[in-house]
Design a protein around this ligand. Structure first.
Ligand code: 5RP
Length: 225
């Protein structure tokens, strides 16, 4: 199976997982990226069975709308039952690095506002220790150089993702070589620096369920403690 076929398989498995709980009032949280796009395409097949979605990016909102799925503002949607999204890396505790698509801030907000977070990923994303994937940090543009220096002090090698502006009008620093053996602590430590909007460690709000696309089928995993 190709990586795209694995992504499509987990998107189908996610639809099966959420489908039984759908009703006419359900608003689903929807993530961003190529795996989330497959999930949006699956959702379209049952769009008459639920109310609509809250999207974690403008790109996902456009794709949902193109399928005729209503998109709600999080403020009007309240607490969501479920959020479905991909990841750049995930460990056995279901802590993740996200933000490869620069949507980390809205993803973290919608995930935090959801009772259940289902991560959908192909098997290449499961790692023992997070950190090979460069950690995205969303920063206020005026603070970019200052934050680059502060992140170097924390041991990272930050690189500006030039040409990319987030949906929130900010910039991304991709941090290479971060020591990520304590994701919870580092998530808070980075957030403490003035000018940081959000970082791509999802440890405080880890996933509840991982649907992992493997060559021999989709594996359903919950967090190891
Ligand atoms: C976007 C994300 C995505 O979930 C992450 O980059 C995974 O993307 P893909 O499904 O395309 O591999 O965090 O900001």
């Amino acid at each position: 199976m190709t990586q795209d076929e694995l992504k499509q398989a987990v998107a189908q498995a996610a639809l099966e997982e959420v489908r039984k709980d759908l009703n006419k009032d359900t608003i689903i949280g929807v993530g961003t990226g190529s795996t989330a796009n497959y999930f949006i395409d699956e959702l379209a097949k049952v769009k008459m069975d639920f109310d609509g979605a809250v999207a974690s990016s403008e790109a996902s909102a456009e794709r949902l709308k193109a399928h005729g799925i209503p998109v709600y503002d999080l403020n009007s949607a309240g607490i969501l039952d479920v959020y479905v999204d991909g990841a750049d890396e995930i460990n056995a505790r279901l802590q993740m690095i996200k933000g490869g698509g620069a949507a980390l801030t809205r993803e973290k907000i919608v995930a935090s506002a959801s009772r259940k977070f289902i991560c959908i990923a192909d098997e290449s994303k499961l790692v023992d220790i997070l950190g090979d994937f460069p950690l995205p940090v969303e920063v206020l543009p005026m603070a970019r150089s200052h934050l680059g220096r502060e992140l170097v002090k924390l041991g990272a090698d930050p690189q500006w993702r030039e040409g990319v502006t987030t949906d929130n009008g900010n910039w991304i620093l991709d941090c290479y070589n971060f020591q990520l053996d304590d994701p919870l602590k580092l998530e808070s430590r980075i957030n403490d620096i003035a000018g940081v909007v959000c970082n791509g460690i999802f440890a405080q709000r880890a996933a509840d369920v991982l649907l992992l696309g493997c060559k021999d089928g989709v594996k359903r995993m919950t967090a190891e403690v």
